[in-house]
Ligand binder design. Structure first.
Ligand code: ZN
Length: 107
């Protein structure tokens, strides 16, 4: 992977994602908005207000963590039963890039 491609991928993989946009993504991809286990629609996301996001880190065979190659994810847990959904963050961000919501904020 070239450095330039890595930067683009990294920008997508670590971009901010709002839950309202995830809801649009679900609609477009025919993903049910309710929990598969209990049918609740109350979700908690795992992005932090300080800008940290969850990743799946890899461990090398020598026991060292490989954070550089970690996959960033969008994780949400059902507030009722705890069922957890994990999405490839890059995949959602890429879709959002091509499907920006049309909002006239400043006229
Ligand atoms: Zn549930």
């Amino acid at each position: 992977m070239t450095a330039e491609k890595f930067d683009v991928d990294r920008d997508l993989a670590f971009s901010d994602i709002q839950f309202a946009d995830v809801a649009r993504f679900f609609t477009a991809k025919n993903i049910p908005p309710h929990c598969e286990m209990c049918r609740s629609e109350d979700w908690n996301t795992h992005d932090s207000e300080d800008g940290t996001i969850p990743v799946i880190a890899y461990v090398r065979k020598d026991g060292q963590f490989d954070v550089i190659g970690a996959s960033s994810i969008y994780m949400m847990s059902c507030d009722n039963c705890g069922n957890t959904r994990i999405f490839n963050r890059h995949k959602i961000s890429e879709w959002l890039n091509f499907n920006k919501e049309v909002i006239s904020e400043n006229g």
